[in-house]
Design a protein around this ligand. Sequence first.
Ligand code: DOR
Ligand code: ZN
Length: 429
Amino acid sequence: MALLLKNAHIVDPAAGLDGVADVLVEGERIARVGENLDAADAEVIDLAGKYLVPGLVDMHVHLREPGYEHKEDIESGTRAAAHGGFTGVCSMPNTDPVTDNGVTIEYVKSVAAAKGHCRVFPSGAMTKGLKGEIISEMGDMVAHGCVAFTDDGRGIQGAGMLRRAMDYGKMFGKVFMSHCQDEDLVGDGQVNEGAVSTRLGLLGWPAAGEELQISRDIAIAELTGAKLHIQHISTAHGVELVREAKAKGLPVTCEATPHHMFLTEDAIDGTYNTSLKVNPPLRTAADAEAVIAGVIDGTVDAIVTDHAPHADWEKAREFELAPFGMIGLETSLGLVYTNLVKTGKISLARMVELMAIGPRRILGVEPVSIAAGSLADITVFDPEATWTVTADGFESQAKNSGFIGASITGRATDVFVGGVATMRDGVVC
Ligand code: DOR
Ligand code: ZN
């Protein structure tokens, strides 16, 4: 049945829309956008007071399947995505077995097709087993639908290895996404190296451990001509390096997470809250400000969550033994709306660029717009909804959010993927 979404405020810079209108969806695509639309026997949904935007995509998500289903699986992770307002996610390959060949890509796709609550665009490892030694089966993975290459969770340690992977893999036209971490320099670093690591007696993870690889990867992207995307950028100098690369016209993009923008190392105190242990670590307030400045001036191309679910018992350990990562899918939209849009730092149109348009462009997947003919991937959110983040409010199997207790304004209410509702009135379908 056709779907008539009425009276929402549509914001879509790609379509030049910023105002109240109706959207008629027929099958998986948008049939018409305009004022006072009518359609006999369409299901009508009144969205007055809500914003309607192109479906959000989170291009950095750990769904954990196959292999780590005790943390999250494709069903629960995509359920969390729908609950957070996302119509698509890019899954990370640090699964077990590692997603480094066509068979594992096919596995992720088939489980997502059977049980998923959003689109899943799988990324594949750059190197076999994420070991940084042998190039993965890139062509096979692309033939099966892999959208990007990354060894996320690790940086490629050898510059020559990255060069070979890019030289070989660039023929597939996909983006190379770098988790930048020089393992020799970072060692067992737990939190940002500086006053906080000293005060807490934890090994430091220096900003230079990230910046060295950002700088190196940009140089190798220039050498090879491959497309480079810097993942979860967290330092002021890192943002500056990307800004300079862009000014030179290099094919370099980057992403930032809500936790690196809205939390700092100062949140880690004598309670040693392991939900705040992330990789790269929470940095200084000056770093967070610089990342936000990059979001404002266009240096940052996408906001992502690095949704990294872990079981309670894995996080309930000594800080040094707990795994890195926090979940993010269900708080991202509200945090960005509260901290960046409501404060006037960015417009809602810029938020749409960062959370819907940019990620699809970088991943090279079909663009979505609120326009006739586009796929009907649509996110609707209530800009007035105020809520508090609680551990029992998540659809994710995991609870390891660093934002528990935060007050948020703005929450997704309705989500449609290819014209099919995946969330209605705040309830995941
Ligand atoms: O905090 C993180 N957790 N950063 C990563 O790069 C990997 C991720 C994970 O897989 O848990
Ligand atoms: Zn990473």
